[in-house]
Design a protein around this ligand. Structure first.
Ligand code: DGJ
Length: 731
């Protein structure tokens, strides 16, 4: 059993295959953190939590025990105001205006499987024997508040899913000011923080720095998980590499504003916490009501960042993503965005479709510009009816012609937005997020629809459902192109205005659940100006995300490498686009563009009808090659070999679960004059297996490939790449 409770020591021991997480109830009911790390087999951990006497400035809740202090006790869900001065996991303002509360253990239960988080995305267990969940109930008898903290351990994944729920047991309303998903106190501070940061077209670059005394935080206040910071923070031992050292990951299953922070205190212990951003947040909890936090997924690995990433990849690919496409190979697509932008008509699109058919591409995606008067990005969001000037036969006519060519039809929508210049806005000017008498700041000439409102969501649902059921749509790209400002709702009373952003997310999740359940056979890809909402929350509803609006192969090295720290390759959309590249104007070869894009959910985003015969032949080969490695890329184990953040060479590798096949991609950014003879060492192979290198008559032992490696052939010029496809030779 992965979770045990030892009554004699009042110790909880949550175990997965290689990891232990332990807590203990101390004194008259404080829930203390005991251990998180490499598996300890016995329930053990019998030693008392160390305490010490400090003559000054150490508050003592129990004067008879001057060694005990909440300010040094490692805790599971700490509060503020009763003598722990570190950052709390929660804060509640009571009806009398005070903010003091303190939770004590009341009871617990251990459940098979994993209960759903109502209204929120979360990792799941498919059967009761896959996981166990521990629910610990704590109460504050004075404040009349109940707190339930939940921990799920999985049989097959070294991950622990945590969340908290608060309930008002009293008869007067209280205000929740802060309610994080998880907090862990480590008895050490010798850590590096690792996180993902960036900007639009430069998402999820890896940042790593040594922890310093004090608070270091990343956050989003944008109403979306954001391009700037991803809802993920790891603390790793300073010696941690891709393959060894300790890594503790915190990933938040949420798509809105978040906070993730590490606080190194005066005694060199570290508190790491993650959850909904308390900034500009407040939640009114009426008597009898409860509030559930999003889920945080905690992963420990003693096999470095690579080990941590592979745990997230497998868990998120198989137990966060859902739907018929979860385990299915994803189609190779052609998207018309960078090919035409808004300037298209049916014939132009069909020329691209005909070329795509010839090249073996499987899905055509019609991007922005097909509806209302959308001939630029200044209008018509909200008017989800087809522009007959561009598409005289409607979407039905176009989809039928696409299907006739043997391609599936996909469509772009941006349903969370409204253009001030739209029929929808003229009819419902109060349907956007706004604050009375304040400017309505536009971004890309659009406002954000108020998804905290049921009537708004219903209206959008009706429009989308009408389109999705009248046309044979196989794929939908769900876009979102600005962050929130003037966050307020015309439908909420003054005392609930600061709930708007979170209510928006709950509303979005409700609509996504509704639409994805009503159209289970559609493959949904989420997008937010590329990767502005590449988070586990969105992946619960849509199994893939458009990784970045930057399609340049060299920029994509860092973006895809960084994204892989947490997210599986099956979640990353990656396309070959034209040169000079539209974002950075760089010229790279079709070969390199293909190799980088093939390291994800592959597609093209250029005018295929304009390719030369030579280029078409190359694309045909790429498509055929991707079809041959698609399952391996989308469902294999991913290993990072060489980091674009550390040098001129980047390499990564996919290995099938049974280690019978592997595919590695190597990219050299700039040519090196008179350079070294580089060898690439593989990872994750079986040292006892023999592998053939495709395209040659050479065979190698897995040990040789991993320990000695293969030489990189001569690469002339900048931005060059080479791949290695290995298949097991069976005796
Ligand atoms: C932003 C997306 O990331 C692009 O791929 C494209 O769909 C545009 N929006 C369309 O407006």
């Amino acid at each position: 059993m992965p979770i045990v409770y030892e009554a004699s020591t009042r110790t909880f021991h949550v175990q997965s295959r290689n990891v232990s997480y332990a807590m203990r109830i101390v004194k008259d009911g404080y829930l203390a953190h005991l251990y998180w790390g490499r598996k300890i087999k016995t329930t053990g951990l019998k030693d008392p939590i160390p305490t010490t006497f400090r003559p000054s400035f150490q508050p003592n809740p129990f004067p008879e025990d001057e060694r005990f202090s909440l300010d040094t006790l490692p805790q599971e869900y700490p509060g503020y105001g009763t003598s722990d001065f570190r950052s709390p996991a929660y804060q509640v303002r009571l009806a009398d205006g005070t903010t003091i509360s303190e939770f004590k253990y009341v009871r617990h239960r251990i459940l098979p499987g994993k209960p759903k988080l109502k209204g929120l995305p979360a990792v799941y267990a498919e059967s009761e024997d896959e996981a166990e969940t521990l629910e610990i109930v704590l109460e504050d008898a004075v404040a009349k508040l109940r707190l339930i903290v939940r921990y799920t351990a999985f049989r097959d994944h070294d991950a622990i899913a945590r969340s908290a729920e608060i309930e008002n047991l009293g008869d007067r309303p209280v205000r929740v000011l802060r309610l994080l998903s998880a907090s862990v106190d480590f008895p050490r501070a010798d850590f590096d923080a690792v996180h993902l940061w960036g900007s639009w077209t430069r998402e999820r670059h890896i940042a790593r720095r040594a922890l310093m005394p004090g608070v270091q935080a990343i956050e989003s206040r944008r109403g979306a998980s954001s391009h700037q910071h991803n809802p993920f923070l790891a603390v790793v031992s300073p010696d941690a590499t891709e393959d060894q050292g300790e890594a503790y990951g915190f990933s938040l299953v949420y798509s809105g504003s978040f906070l993730a922070q590490a606080e190194v205190d005066q005694f060199a212990s570290t508190r790491v916490s993650i959850g909904l951003n308390p900034f500009d947040f407040e939640w009114l909890l009426e008597a009898g009501e409860s509030l559930q936090t999003p889920e945080a997924v905690l992963v420990y690995s003693h096999e470095g960042l690579g080990g941590m990433s592979r745990t997230y990849h497998k868990l998120y690919r198989t137990r966060l993503c859902r739907g018929v496409y979860r385990d299915k190979e994803r189609p190779i697509l052609i998207n018309n965005w960078e090919a035409t932008y808004f300037d298209f008509d049916e014939e132009k699109l069909m020329r691209i479709v005909h070329a795509a058919k010839e090249l073996g591409i499987e899905l055509f995606v019609l991007d922005d510009g097909w509806f209302g008067r959308r001939n630029d990005d200044k209008r018509s969001l909200g008017d989800w009816f087809v522009n007959r000037e561009k598409l005289p036969g409607g979407l039905e006519g176009l989809a039928a012609r696409v299907n006739e060519q043997g391609l599936q039809f996909g469509l772009w929508v941006e349903p969370e937005m409204i253009s001030p210049d739209s029929e929808l806005y003229r009819a419902h000017p109060d349907w956007c997020l706004h604050v009375p008498d304040r400017r309505r700041t536009t971004g890309r000439m659009q406002l954000v629809l108020d998804y905290s409102r049921q009537d708004v969501r219903d209206a959008i649902y009706e429009q989308l459902a009408a389109i999705f059921s009248s046309v044979p749509i196989a794929y939908v790209k769900w876009d979102m192109n600005r962050n929130m400002t003037e966050i307020g709702s015309a439908a909420l009373p003054p005392e609930r205005q600061r709930e708007t952003a979170h209510r928006y997310m709950l509303g979005l999740y409700e609509l996504l659940e509704r639409i994805t359940s009503a159209f289970p056979n559609i493959l949904f890809e989420s997008c937010a100006g590329g990767g502005g909402r590449f988070d586990p929350g969105m992946l619960y509803y849509m199994p893939q995300t458009w990784t970045s609006d930057d399609t340049d192969a060299i920029e994509r090295l860092k973006i895809q490498y960084g994204t892989s720290l947490v997210y599986p390759v099956s979640a990353m959309g990656s396309h070959v686009s034209a040169v000079p590249n539209h974002q950075v104007h760089r010229i790279t070869s079709l070969k390199t563009r293909g190799h980088v894009a093939m390291s994800g959910n592959f597609g093209y985003e250029l005018d295929l009808s304009k390719l030369s015969e030579e280029e078409k032949a190359e694309v045909r080969e790429q498509v055929a090659e991707y079809k041959a490695i698609r399952r391996l890329v989308q469902q294999g184990d991913f290993y990072r070999l060489l980091s674009p953040f550390e040098g001129n060479d980047t390499a990564w590798q996919f290995v099938s679960e049974d280690k019978s096949e592997a595919y590695a991609v190597f990219v050299r950014t700039l040519a090196v004059p008179n350079g070294p003879l580089t060898r690439l060492r593989f990872k994750g192979l079986n040292p006892d297996k023999t592998y053939a290198l495709r395209g040659t008559d050479r065979v190698y032992g897995g040990d040789e490939l991993m320990y000695a490696g293969l030489p990189i052939p001569d690469l002339e010029g900048d931005f060059r790449s080479v791949t290695f496809h290995l298949t097991e030779v069976r005796a």
